[in-house]
Design a protein around this ligand. Sequence first.
Ligand SMILES: NC(=O)c1ccc[n+]([C@@H]2O[C@H](COP(=O)([O-])OP(=O)(O)OC[C@H]3O[C@@H](n4cnc5c(N)ncnc54)[C@H](O)[C@@H]3O)[C@@H](O)[C@H]2O)c1
Length: 284
Amino acid sequence: MTTPLRPLAVLGAGTMGHGIAYAALAAGYPVRLYDVWAPQLAKASGAIAGIAAKGVELGKLAKDEAEAVVGRLTTTTVVAEAVRDAAMVIEAAPEKVDLKLALLSEVQAAAPADAVIASNTSALSITEMAAVLDRPARMGGMHFFNPVHKMKLVEIVRALDTSDDTVAAMQQVAAAMGKETVLIRESPGFITSRINAMIGNEAFYMLQEGVASARDIDKALKLGLNHPMGPFELGDLVGLDTRLSILQYLHRTLGEKFRPCPLLEQHVKAGRVGRKAGRGVYDY
Ligand SMILES: NC(=O)c1ccc[n+]([C@@H]2O[C@H](COP(=O)([O-])OP(=O)(O)OC[C@H]3O[C@@H](n4cnc5c(N)ncnc54)[C@H](O)[C@@H]3O)[C@@H](O)[C@H]2O)c1
């Protein structure tokens, strides 16, 4: 008989948290999902059951497996309850440093001494977060992609004090979830956001210089470089305001080559921030 897996706690039950919880449940972990807001936990439980049901419909999951996945989930609005018996805690709370630091202090007071603590932050410093812990060696980054149950990659981030054991534990959990990993020494934008910001910004410079139309730049990247979406289509989808704030951060931390293109800044000033506004580079 195999030993049952120790639970995994997921903190924050939003877009990323519910997806990470599903991936962990499907890998066989009992999952304790925490959120400050009870209705969000109900919504996340419904979304998790929905992903499992879709899996059954597509023939990827047997009906009893889907029931077992949902059965391994417990939800709570109390941090200590979520983390008290967890082998790993994955933090997926809002991207605000003060909020994350306060949450981590609560985690450390209640989690087992050997628990690995991973943050799903998109851009904040894991080293700064680990500094609030007694055991910074037990903390690292696990950067998942949206939607988590479909996206294959997890960027594993080694902060200044992250130990080899912690890196190995994060890699092992990601592999159990069926994900591929890449290992990164902590650096702004990791691999994906840094490259993606550069491509999006360069596309705006080309548009500003009149090198080609937006449609042709998108078409060239899709058909010539095999990108699934063009940089303007993607920017409009994510939101040009979000794209600009990532670039501003990379410009501050990594220097001149990330200076946001003036044409991108103009789009944001004009409120042309993408699909959500009905207008970005394209009209919707
Ligand atoms: N959305 C993405 O595409 C994406 C991709 C990779 C990483 N991330 C990162 O993942 C994290 C979560 O992002 P999201 O998109 O899931 O956000 P979200 O707003 O969808 O969800 C955040 C959840 O955290 C809850 N929350 C608020 N305060 C909290 C607290 N003190 N403790 C615990 N939970 C709290 C909210 O109720 C909400 O349910 C952020 O750090 C973000 O940068 C997001």
